[in-house]
Ligand binder design. Structure first.
Ligand SMILES: [Zn+2]
Ligand SMILES: [Zn+2]
Length: 354
């Protein structure tokens, strides 16, 4: 199929004035920026269930067909990436949740709502940049920092058990001396040990294009603040849907948890020497599909436009990850001053010495 399917996005309309509602991280409520009305969760999630049924019918993702959404506010066409599930209308800036992309198997189990507002995120980033030395002046650009966007990224939160087995030989050596001879006794023991380890809250990105360095750098997220998923939390933010299955993260999880088996089973061996083998098998792996709140900022890189600077900030804790560039000229100037100071001290010393 190569058809174009037209679908409706949802914008959560303000019941008081007809404007739109967005989720407010500080108040943990939905607010209308036009008339300042506030709304609690219950009414919005009910509406969510009603519209989810309507959206269930399209054969949305057979890979080739294109989905075009219409902005509920101005009717403009919204083109998006395959994995985008919440965005902003390019023309009228209304928040739009793209229905039909998060149903059935794509429906997240939960979402951790943002608790850091954009204003707080901008301030936190500014303070972070200020705390670093030799950062180019361009990084203090308020307008650039305000282009920061809140994105919900898909993750798997996994729990599993590992069954570990250890077997092999342990040896003890005893030496007895008599007047006529030295007797060395070696005892050989057959060693078998086993144990089960339980792991919880192993986090893995569920999006192929995720920048691992950045997304791993802002953990942990407060999983106790997770809410059962509702589209309404996405209003006012961008959101991505997962594009990999749990089976894709299994080898990596297996490898990670497997590392703990040997050191744990090998502790307190009462032998002088051993030759041991261990094996580990993963049992009962279960993953939750969770959307995590992240503030994302991009700076153009003048030297290499293909490689912009990316920053990610945890939308609950404010933890930032990303590498700031160093302004060589500022660094040189400082080094020069330090060099000059050392030289001056050197001169004074030599002055005193001779
Ligand atoms: Zn309103
Ligand atoms: Zn619009």
């Amino acid at each position: 199929m190569n058809g174009v399917t037209y679908m409706a996005g949802i914008t959560y309309k303000c019941p008081s004035c007809g404007g739109y509602l967005t989720f407010d991280p500080e108040a943990q409520l939905w607010k209308c920026p036009f008339c300042d009305s506030e709304f609690e969760e219950s009414g919005l999630t009910e509406k969510d269930e009603a519209s989810a049924q309507k959206a269930a019918q399209p054969a949305a993702d057979d890979g080739h067909s294109q989905l075009v959404y219409h902005c509920p506010s101005c009717g403009s066409e919204i083109m998006t990436d395959e994995t985008t599930v919440a965005t902003q209308c390019y023309y009228c800036h209304s928040p739009v949740v793209l229905q039909g992309k998060l149903t059935d198997e794509w429906l997240p189990d939960s979402v951790i709502p943002f608790t850091i507002s954009k204003e707080q995120a901008v301030e936190t980033f500014m303070n972070w940049v200020k705390s670093k030395k030799y950062v180019p002046k361009a990084f203090f650009n308020q307008a650039q920092i305000e282009s920061m966007q809140g994105v919900y990224y898909p993750h798997f939160v996994t729990e599993c058990e590992v069954e570990g087995q250890l077997s092999g030989e342990g040896r003890t050596v005893g030496v007895t001396e008599t007047t006529r001879e030295i007797i060395t006794t070696t005892n050989h023991y057959h060693v078998v040990r086993g144990g089960r380890l339980r792991f919880k809250n192993i986090m893995r990105p569920a999006l192929t294009k995720a920048n691992r360095k950045l997304s791993d750098g802002i953990h942990p997220f407060p999983l106790n603040q997770a809410k059962p998923f509702a589209n309404a939390y996405l209003s006012g933010f961008l959101a991505e849907r997962r594009d990999i299955d749990e089976s894709a993260i299994r080898p990596e999880i297996e490898q990670e948890v497997g590392q703990y088996v040997r050191p744990l089973l090998e502790t307190d061996m009462p032998y002088q020497s051993t030759s041991l083998q261990t094996s580990a098998s993963l049992k009962g792996m279960k993953s939750q599909y969770v959307l995590l709140p992240t503030w994302v900022l991009t700076y153009p890189n003048k030297k290499d436009p293909q490689d912009p600077y990316y920053y990610a900030m945890n939308g609950c804790t404010g933890e930032i990850c990303g590498k700031l560039p160093i302004d060589i000229s500022r660094l040189r100037r400082t080094s020069l001053i330090i060099f000059a100071a050392v030289f001056a001290i050197g001169c004074i010393l030599s002055y005193f010495m001779f």
